[in-house]
Design a protein around this ligand. Structure first.
Ligand code: HEM
Length: 180
């Protein structure tokens, strides 16, 4: 009973009692949508990790197995491959809005710096992921593939977690420019 009260209060305070400003444009939603895109990439990526084998010999077969033999595997694989293009478009729109409206100015310098790190890391995720792609897989030695795979699933995600933690901590600290 006490738990239910806590959960209800948490949801009301953080979601249902928060109002959306009248004039909120699509551009104003791009930060949140970038986060949603990242969560989709993370969950579909974890799913693919169960099947992907990062060797020159098996990379293609393992992806073919996911696409043809695992239930809904084709859908998850396609989402993980198309998602980054949408995510990059969203992150760039988010950044351009902040740039053109001058929101990066004091006291939001650290939001901007952690955001810039997130932009670079998003591109690095895209680059290392495209190196694992079955279309490029055969051009590489296994050792290269394992190197890109380790960066894609461990190295860069750790840096993303750190930068995102800082980004959201700073947003929480100052509140957003146009409060909801
Ligand atoms: C994975 C990439 C990113 C995610 C998930 C993300 C997410 C968010 C979210 C959810 C907010 C709060 C709501 C909003 O104002 O939209 C925000 C605010 C902010 N972001 Fe990002 N962001 C990312 C990349 C960037 C980039 C590339 C920049 C700039 C270089 C940036 C700069 C800022 C700034 C300055 C704010 C504060 C805006 C305000 O106070 O209204 N972010 N971000």
């Amino acid at each position: 009973m006490e738990n239910k009260g806590f959960l209800r209060e948490f949801i009301e305070n953080n979601i249902t009692r928060r109002l959306i400003p009248k004039g909120l444009s699509w551009f104003g939603c791009m930060g949140g949508l970038s986060l949603l895109a990242f969560i989709i990439q993370l969950s579909t990526g974890i799913f693919l990790m169960f099947y992907f084998i990062p060797t020159t010999k098996d990379a293609l077969t393992s992806i073919q197995y996911v696409s043809h033999s695992v239930p809904y595997g084709w859908l998850i694989q396609r989402i993980h491959a198309i998602g980054p293009h949408m995510m990059i478009a969203m992150v760039l729109s988010h950044m351009l809005r902040i740039l053109f409206r001058g929101i990066y100015r004091h006291p939001r310098e650290l939001h901007w710096i952690s955001g810039a790190c997130l932009l670079i890391l998003t591109f690095l995720m895209y680059y290392t992921g495209s190196k694992l792609s079955v279309h490029n897989g055969n051009e590489h030695f296994t050792v290269h593939l394992i190197y890109f795979y380790a960066l894609h699933v461990i190295g860069i995600p750790l840096a993303v977690a750190f930068s995102m933690g800082m980004h959201f901590f700073m947003v929480r600290k100052t509140g957003i420019y146009e409060p909801l």
